[in-house]
Design a protein around this ligand. Structure first.
Ligand SMILES: NC(=O)c1ccc[n+]([C@@H]2O[C@H](COP(=O)([O-])OP(=O)(O)OC[C@H]3O[C@@H](n4cnc5c(N)ncnc54)[C@H](OP(=O)(O)O)[C@@H]3O)[C@@H](O)[C@H]2O)c1
Length: 494
């Protein structure tokens, strides 16, 4: 049986969408696996006047149909939940919360261990952190850890202001900034693939890698999130955090060990070596786009500017493609092409490493370079495409695909991203959370592109259901490259 973790978890935003859809199921997964057993309590807080019983019903509803769950198990899990009606802007409410947390600390014998989970709109993060300090909620015994959702700031200046306010209460070793991509199975598997296989490790270098391509494609449009998305766009929503973290995973040097300290040291080195473009170069190397109306599978799909809550003259990017350069000795000059967007052909996150062709090739050349594709979602695994010899007498080459996919049934049983991350926070492992120094560098990088775009109001368009504007394809063609993954509409398999 796994080692039980003891803590009182105070969840700000306990009635919210994230809590119901992700956090309660994730905590239940930890309960099923024995990481949470008897010595834990969760205080859900929000303004609405719920009772403990009502929150418990919500929790049971959120988890009862999970794999392996029984109603009895769901109810036993939910009995650890307490509700505190709480307005995070009201200092008095923190006193009530403190009293409840102390009572539950005693009742469940958690030894002062506290997790403060901010699952609320980001404009409240600083207020909560300030009140936790002023009303003295942090314990003297046990650990005090802050888990904070994205987005962490809107640009460098706001991210710094937020960081300053939370570090007035918590030090860096107590802060767990969520980037849920870092909890995904295949994102975590990149290190194993790179560093546990000498045949891969030895060619993971600018001498052998022609380019790297990262695609985070969404098939959905902006849905009900226009209010947030209009202020964010694809570059803030996806590039600054998830894509940049994947860039670091793919280009960092081998860490001395798998400790958080060692991994963040080599990641930090990547962010220190991001090649920052001049405004003119930024416009050449980063293209944006907006989806327009289209008919997909017989259904009319609304264009971005006609979505509810979107300005008719919006210049928000629903698509971004860019060429990132990392000026480390191992990766200098290797283009890392990234793209992400809404209303693309299909939902998929995948990474392709395109290798250079063989030197002095003795065979009739193949059209295909060797490639390694890491499929992050929806399927999880990788494809290694190598040149084989065609059957028969000729010396012609043919690309052969060695494909591996995790068994979808087993993959379903593996912990979800949030489950891994909450487990890590309980265990004090910060490896899969972002550091302030990393955020500072990635925001400064993204700010430089946003600044360059400000003076350039052209907004390329792409019909919903396609893989982005022509400019994205031109970006690679200019270097003699092309996007490896080009799904034709809907039909193509992963
Ligand atoms: N939902 C997702 O899938 C998702 C994914 C990734 C990241 N996130 C991030 O997670 C955070 C929460 O998102 P969400 O979708 O769960 O938001 P949400 O559904 O709008 O929930 C917001 C929560 O905050 C509470 N709240 C609002 N004002 C309050 C106040 N003054 N005092 C106390 N509680 C207050 C709300 O309850 P009351 O109205 O009862 O007060 C509710 O519980 C955001 O930072 C978001 O960016 C969400």
């Amino acid at each position: 049986m796994a080692k039980e973790q003891a803590a009182v978890i105070i969840l700000f935003g306990g009635s919210g969408d994230l809590a119901r859809r992700k956090l309660y199921p994730a905590m239940f997964g930890l309960f099923q696996r024995g990481y949470l057993q008897k010595r834990f309590a969760v205080i859900g807080t929000a303004r609405r006047p719920w009772s403990d019983e009502h929150l418990r019903e919500i929790v049971v509803d959120a988890v009862k149909t999970m794999p392996g769950a029984t109603l009895e198990q769901a109810q036993s899990f939910a009995s650890h939940f307490y509700y505190q009606s709480h307005d995070v802007t009201d200092a008095d409410h923190y006193i009530t919360l403190k009293t409840l947390a102390a009572k539950l600390d005693d009742q469940y014998q958690v030894g002062g261990n506290r997790i403060y989970y901010m699952a609320m709109a980001p404009n409240f993060f600083a207020t909560i952190a300030e009140h936790l300090k002023s009303e003295a909620l942090l314990t003297d015994n046990g650990f005090n850890r802050l888990v904070i959702e994205k987005p962490f700031g809107h640009d460098y200046a706001s991210a710094k202001a937020l960081n300053d306010s939370i570090t007035a209460t918590f030090d860096e070793s107590q802060i767990y900034r969520i980037d849920h991509y870092l909890g995904k199975e295949m994102a975590q598997a990149i290190m194993a693939l790179r560093f546990a296989n000498p045949m891969i490790e030895n060619v993971w270098h600018k001498d052998f890698i022609q380019n790297i391509q990262i695609t985070l494609a969404e098939a959905v449009g902006v849905e009900e999130r226009a209010g947030y998305y209009e202020q964010s766009g694809a570059i803030r929503d996806m590039i600054q955090n998830h894509v940049m973290q994947l860039v670091a995973d793919l280009t960092m040097a081998k860490p001395d060990s798998l400790t958080s300290e060692a991994v963040h040291k080599v990641k930090g080195d990547v962010f220190d070596h991001l090649h920052v473009y001049t405004p003119e170069e930024a416009c050449d190397n980063f293209v944006r786009g907006q989806y327009t109306a289209a008919v997909i599978d017989g259904d009319a799909v609304t264009g971005y500017r006609d979505e509810t809550g979107v300005a008719k003259d919006s210049l928000t990017d629903t698509f971004v493609a860019g060429k990132i350069l990392v000026d480390t000795p191992d990766f200098e000059g290797v283009p890392i092409y990234v793209r992400t967007g809404k209303r693309l052909t299909r939902k998929s996150t995948q990474i392709t490493v395109v290798f250079k062709p063989a030197k002095d090739n003795l065979f009739n050349t193949s059209d295909e370079p060797d490639t390694l594709t890491i499929c992050v979602e929806p399927s999880e695994g990788f494809d290694l495409v190598l040149n084989g010899k065609k059957l028969g007498q000729s010396n012609d080459l043919i690309p052969e695909n060695l494909a591996f996919r995790h068994d979808p049934k087993l993959a379903k049983q593996a912990p979800e991203a949030y489950e891994r991350l909450i487990q890590d926070a309980l265990q004090g492992d910060q490896t899969n959370f972002t550091r302030w120094t990393e955020l500072a560098k990635t925001w400064q990088y993204v700010d430089s592109i946003l600044d360059a775009w400000q003076n350039n109001t052209t907004m390329p368009e792409y019909p919903a259901g396609t893989m982005g504007p022509k400019e994205s394809f031109d970006l690679l063609a200019r270097d003699g490259n092309e996007w490896h993954w080009q799904p034709t509409h809907v039909k193509m398999a992963d």
